[in-house]
Design a protein around this ligand. Structure first.
Ligand code: FMN
Length: 326
């Protein structure tokens, strides 16, 4: 059993948070993670808007009385209305990613809701700490989906160093007990996991996308802005998007100006491909940790195995690598 400042802060058993993946982390996944003793975050930024979000929050509560939260893509339009729903419903925590969270923190605290902030740089972490964030998720570039440029191994301890005691959560590249154990050794108080939970029974994804993650190795991802430029998605310029390679990325990754110029054609093409499950073109957002995913499994089983493995590693590995004094 672990006890860290994140388990204490969120009132959970295990230091694992499932990422707020839009359209993927709905009530089913969140309830499964929270019921297993982790902390599930609903991906709150979806076309369903405020009504959908309220339904999802209530659906989690029907399945578990354990704490959970809602995470936002805070650079997207419509944020205020979504945050208002989460605060009215008094979820345990909200998370902000991809925008400065400062103006949202006082109202959340007034409602008794904790604020987790996901950052890609040390400078963003300083802003979040000064604004009163309750915890910082330091996201390394290994992460699936939208991410930054620093690796997890460096961003986590450097964020810990500026966090003034605010607990840090490691995100990016963690899919098994080795990753959780390493994150704790880097000074993080928990792990924030996306890709591994996409390949869960409860995640909302077409089966072929889950299967592609199972089949993929750590070598099979690429970072690109092509999908965001084609869709005109409201992510900041400094954010890149890690996806599994396919024919579309082979043609368009790294050709930002060309994609932007042909948005009218490529935007509808990608939307249609997604609708029709065209594997050559539709995006599969997933990180390098795909190489550690070998089966689609129930989220609770995934979580419990990660915790079990991490405990074993932390007990045994130290004995194996530290030379005794005598
Ligand atoms: C399919 C997918 C969708 C994601 N969507 C979001 C999102 O909507 N909001 C967000 O804050 N982060 C999102 N992320 C990033 C996660 O919050 C997290 O940083 C990442 O998954 C951690 O790295 P990992 O994928 O290696 O576990 C997404 C990640 C994936 C894999």
């Amino acid at each position: 059993m672990f006890r860290t400042r994140i388990t204490e802060l969120l009132g959970i058993e295990h230091p694992i948070i499932s990422a707020p993946m839009a359209g993927i982390a709905t009530a089913n996944l969140v309830a499964a993670v929270s019921a297993a003793g982790g902390f599930g975050l609903i991906g709150g930024t979806t076309p369903g808007g405020a009504d959908w979000l309220r339904e999802q929050i209530r659906a989690v509560r029907e399945r578990t009385d354990r704490p959970f939260g809602v995470g936002f893509i805070s650079s997207f339009p419509g944020l205020d209305e979504l945050v208002a729903v989460a605060l009215e419903e008094k979820v345990a925590a909200i998370s902000h990613s991809f925008a400065d969270p400062t103006t949202y923190i006082p109202a959340a605290h007034a409602a008794g809701v904790k604020v987790l902030v996901q950052v890609q740089t040390v400078a963003q972490a300083v802003v979040a700490v000064n604004a009163g964030a309750d915890a910082i998720a330091a996201q390394g570039t290994e992460a699936g989906g939208h991410t930054g440029y620093s690796g997890t191994m460096a961003i986590v301890p450097t964020v810990v160093d500026v966090a003034k005691g605010v607990p840090v959560i490691a995100a990016g590249g963690i899919a098994d007990g080795r990753g959780l154990a390493a994150a704790l050794m880097l000074g993080a108080e928990g792990a924030w996991i996306g890709t591994r939970f996409v390949a869960s029974v409860e995640a909302v994804r077409p089966q072929w996308q889950k299967d592609r993650i199972v089949e993929a190795s750590a070598d099979d991802t690429v970072v690109t802005r092509a999908y965001d430029l084609a869709a005109n998605a409201a992510f900041p310029d400094y954010i890149i998007d890690r996806v599994l390679r396919n024919d579309f990325t082979d043609v368009w990754a790294g050709r930002d100006a060309d994609v932007a110029a042909r948005r009218d054609e490529l935007g509808p093409e990608v939307a249609r491909a997604t609708q029709e499950n065209n594997q050559a073109i539709a995006p599969v957002r997933a990180g390098n940790a795909s190489g550690m995913v070998h089966a689609v499994e129930p989220a609770g089983d995934i979580l419990r195995r990660i915790v079990r493995e991490a405990e074993l590693i932390l007990r045994e590995r130290v004995k194996a690598v530290l030379r005794s004094e005598d």
